[in-house]
Ligand binder design. Structure first.
Ligand code: P53
Length: 485
């Protein structure tokens, strides 16, 4: 028996354009940084290729053909009782190259129709402006977010869509999981993360500090661009609710050793300045001290600082999948820039998914409390949470009790955070309510959906949709306002 959430709680699901739409070069769409990512595999990173090279498997080129099927797919979301649905606008449908003088009308029209359909179904659109899919041209010509000019391109794009969809969309967020790129210590994923966040590629022999320097400067421009967009959005429509978006994973110390505690705190601070800038409009003290002593993020102006203060977000959007354990490599102090002074280790106390992600529902309640301690009263929307798993279809059915177990346990913790701890969580959008291409691995077989999509890792299959067992379960959760888990 779950605890009841408010009648206006935003139950639903979330996807991103590049993982679902396909139609990568249709109706004037330009090449995005997701379009040149090959398929990886479980434990095998995706490759970033130099443009689209014939013969490679680029899973985002087809996604789940959502570009053509969104009406049928949204009807299934409506059948589950969705109050909200999050997706992103593919920047390259609107500005195919990023620096185009005029937007692409066919791309604008596509989202007009999609948002109309969502509103017709009574589903609130929650829209991400930049979900790992900036125009590839901006990388080739300008060096991605290492170039201050990209701020203006982003702002023009944001202004265009805020204006066009005013009256159709109220909830927005700027950059998806902006702090992922701080995971410089992650051997498997760091190349992917700095690419998808910032369009940067470091030389193979780049040192950790060189990467850190490049990352903090690019992130500064992203934060300025976000703050400008927030200001412009509010000027266009004061009713717009515009958020910053971060992946949050609680960091636990590997032991009570003071060096582990300090390393854990520093690792947390390495992720937290993004949210401080979004929410408070200022960089935290330890970041300023780090920037002053290293000279990284050297290009910051007084005007930037004013923009950041004037463009604070209205809410925090978060994704939550797992928790992490931090171990200091030595007993020495860890400083902000010592990304190699600690390592991420396995937590022996919690199980893991087939992709090695720690399963920790209590960590979600813990995180929500931590966030509210840090930013008291700020509304939080959970815009991703879910269980990537292999599914078997047996006689046209998918018995995904493992997925139900994961989601049930996490939703129960959200309810405790809201009802018992008083945290203002305004919505829960599970990740990938319909199976989509995995961002991290490019696999189709890493599935999150309530709806099964008959496509395999090579993009082969009928594309047919099936309701899994979790479909009826989630429908009942929503209908009961979370009491019937
Ligand atoms: P997948 C990890 C790795 C890659 C992207 O991930 C990630 C994360 C989690 O922090 O971010 C989000 O598909 C992202 C989504 C993505 C989802 O996690 O690798 O916002 O685009 O699909 C799940 O299992």
């Amino acid at each position: 028996m779950g605890l009841k959430l408010a009648d206006n709680f935003l139950w639903g699901g979330a996807i991103a354009a590049h993982q679902a739409e396909g139609a990568w070069n249709k109706d004037g769409k330009g090449v995005s940084i997701a379009d040149i990512l090959t398929a990886g595999a479980n434990n095998k990173p995706r490759e970033i290729t130099d443009g689209v090279i014939a013969g490679n498997n680029y899973p985002n080129h087809h996604g789940i053909y959502f570009y053509d099927t969104y009406k049928e797919d949204l009807a299934l979301m409506a059948e589950m009782g969705f109050k909200a649905f999050r997706t992103s606008i593919a920047w390259t449908r609107i500005f195919p190259n990023g620096d185009d003088a005029e937007p692409n009308e066919a791309g604008l029209k596509f989202y007009d129709d999609m948002f109309d359909e969502m509103n017709r179904l009574g589903i609130e659109p929650v829209i991400t402006l930049n979900h790992f899919e900036m125009p590839y041209h901006l990388v080739k010509e300008y060096g991605g977010w290492s170039n201050r000019k990209v701020i203006d391109f982003f702002v023009k794009y944001a202004t265009t869509v805020f204006t066009r969809y005013n009256g159709k969309v109220k909830y927005w967020m700027t950059h998806n999981e902006i702090s992922n790129q701080a995971n410089l210590d992650d051997d498997m994923m760091s190349e992917f993360m700095i690419w998808t966040n910032s369009g940067l590629q470091f030389k193979k022999d780049a040192t950790a500090t060189e990467k850190l320097a490049g990352m903090v400067q690019a992130a500064h421009y992203e934060l300025v661009a976000s703050a400008k967009a927030v200001q412009i959005g509010h000027a266009i429509n004061p009713e717009f609710v515009i958020g910053g978006m971060l992946n949050v994973a609680p960091l636990y110390p590997a032991s009570p050793k003071p060096a582990d505690m300090l390393a854990t705190q520093k690792a947390r601070q390495l992720h937290d300045w993004f949210s401080d800038v979004h929410i408070r409009g200022t960089y935290p003290a330890e970041f300023e001290a780090f920037a002053a002593r290293t000279g990284y993020r050297s290009d910051i102006t007084q005007a930037d600082r004013e923009v950041l203060k004037a463009g604070k977000v209205d809410y925090l959007a978060i994704s939550y999948y797992n928790s992490t354990v931090i171990k200091a490599k030595s007993d020495a102090d860890t400083d902000f820039e010592d990304v190699q002074g600690y390592e991420v280790v396995q937590n022996p106390e919690v199980p893991v998914s087939d992709w090695g992600w720690a399963i920790d529902p209590q960590g979600l309640r813990y995180t929500l409390n931590e966030l509210n301690d840090q930013y008291p009263g700020l509304p939080i929307m959970i815009v991703e949470n879910g269980f990537g798993a292999y599914d078997d279809v047996i006689d046209g059915k998918v018995h995904d009790q493992y997925r139900i177990d994961y989601l049930k346990a996490h939703i129960a913790e959200v309810e405790k955070a809201v009802v018992k701890d008083g945290i203002p969580v305004i919505g829960y959008l599970s990740w990938g309510p319909i199976d989509i291409v995995s961002a991290g691995t490019g696999e189709m077989s890493k599935r999150y959906g309530y709806i099964y999509v008959d496509l395999d890792d090579m993009g082969e299959g009928s594309g047919k949709r099936l309701r899994k067992d979790s479909f009826d379960w989630y429908k009942q959760v929503i209908a009961s306002h979370g009491t019937d888990l």
